[in-house]
Design a protein around this ligand. Structure first.
Ligand code: PMP
Length: 426
């Protein structure tokens, strides 16, 4: 593989864009390399500026669940582009997508569209505070809920990759209202409720975490959180920005049969365009402006191009009764076959997987929380990443991320991926 053009583009980008990228993880800083600049994408494949072709396991960090540039989604975008890009006024389309989602996802009556997952989580927390009249929230170490101030405290994803869990610029005042607990540690959550009686508005959680690598809830953790919230008058917020429409159509709520009070979405819901959303039952959503007093707004919220791409993507998924089983099966094959190869090579590792999310951790007995994720061998992950990249497989460039498997990954792509793993020297 040659990366000359990417190198040149990165040098130039660095003059005009901080760190050369518009979102930190893209810079390949954690894996110590020059980021690959992409030119086009189709199905399971990405083509970079040097004409290298990769099998994509990032899929735009989740949105491209159908694979890239799906023809039916593309057609919808063309039709909408002819009609207008943005109106800043209500459209029938927004009701259509809201109706479709609320009818097919458990426990939500109304949904509000925004333009990113960050906005969705920030707004959900504001709404939880407004609804309960309380200030504090509980978040889990290693979970990432976007870059709004309340969440940049022991956050995962880029925030940890950059060794910068408490970002400068987040005030002490904000930080004091974010209480931290270890993922999968129900005793810590219980203790926080005891220490802060009637002060906690909500628990926010990635029901399957993807931002410290893929980490699963264990021992009915989600069910126990539900119970603690009920006992203490707090709301349970599922951040389903990654898991929504990915683990099941109804996300983690459906998969684990746990009812959340507020749910946030992003990624798949926009079909590759910038969309986020938050949703809840009527009693909670009625508190939102203009009906209620909790303010939230957006110039491009419900943008018609984004709604078209999102609705078509969700319809394709919904109309395919085998969609989630197929994705989970593909991911299972990858997991078991990669594990087999690494075992044959004597490379100690652990793979975490749920549905179409998975991560390979090196040199560890298992990863159930952020501490475990940090103890994994990230230097080895970096070697694995570069090896795979040089063999045409585009993995997330950090050991604190999950792979997102798309429906475009078929036997041929799996075989090529496994071929690359076979060539990995420890
Ligand atoms: N929540 C989760 C679980 C996420 O993974 C992300 C982004 N990766 C966000 C929120 C923030 O979404 P966005 O990057 O669209 O602001």
């Amino acid at each position: 593989m040659k990366y000359q053009r990417s190198s040149a583009l990165f040098n130039e980008a660095n003059q005009y864009i901080p760190g050369g990228v518009n979102s930190p993880v893209r810079a390949f800083k954690s894996v110590r390399g020059v980021p690959v600049f992409m030119k086009s994408a189709k199905g399971a494949y990405l083509t970079d500026a040097d004409e290298n072709i990769y099998i994509d396991y990032i899929n735009s960090w989740g949105p491209a669940i159908l694979g890239h540039t799906h023809p039916e989604v593309l057609e919808e975008l063309k039709i909408q582009a002819e009609k207008g890009f943005s109106f800043g006024a209500p459209t029938e389309l927004e009701t259509e997508i809201a109706k479709f989602i609320t009818e097919n996802v458990p426990n939500i009556d109304q949904i509000r569209m925004v333009s990113s997952g960050t906005e969705a989580c920030m707004s959900a927390v504001r709404l939880a505070r407004g609804f309960t009249g309380r200030d504090k929230i509980i978040k889990f170490e290693g979970c990432y809920h976007g870059h709004s101030d309340s969440f940049l405290i022991k956050a995962g994803s880029g925030a940890v990759t950059f060794g910068n869990p408490n970002s400068p610029g987040v005030t002490q005042g904000t930080a004091k209202d974010t209480l931290l607990a270890r993922y999968n540690d129900i005793d810590q959550v219980e203790a926080l409720f005891k220490e802060n009686p009637e002060e906690i508005a909500a628990i926010i959680i990635e029901p399957v975490a993807g931002n410290m690598g893929c980490v699963l809830p264990e021992n009915d953790f989600l069910q126990k959180l539900r119970k603690l919230c009920d006992e203490n008058g707090a709301l349970l917020i599922f951040d389903e920005v990654m898991t929504g429409f990915r683990l099941a159509f109804g996300g983690a709520q459906e998969l684990f049969n746990v009812k959340a009070d507020l749910v946030t979405y992003g990624k798949v819901i926009g079909g590759g365009l910038p969309v986020g959303a938050f949703a809840a039952r009527n009693e909670i959503m009625d508190c939102l402006a203009p009906k209620g007093a909790v303010y939230q707004a957006g110039t491009l919220s419900g943008n018609p191009l984004a709604m078209r791409a999102g609705l078509k993507t969700l319809q394709i998924i919904k109309n395919d009764s085998e969609f989630f089983d197929r994705l989970a099966k593909t991911t299972e094959v990858l997991d078991t076959e990669i594990a087999k190869i690494l075992n044959e090579k004597g490379i100690a590792h652990k793979i975490n997987r749920k549905g179409s999310m998975m991560s390979v951790f090196f040199d560890t007995e298992g990863v159930s929380n952020f501490d475990d994720a940090q103890k994994a061998n990230h230097a080895q992950f970096n070697r694995f990443f570069h090896h795979m990249l040089n063999n045409g497989v585009y993995l997330p460039p950090s050991g604190y991320e999950t792979y997102f498997i798309s429906d475009a990954i078929q036997d041929e792509e799996i075989n090529k991926t496994l071929e690359a793993v076979r060539k990995f020297e420890n």
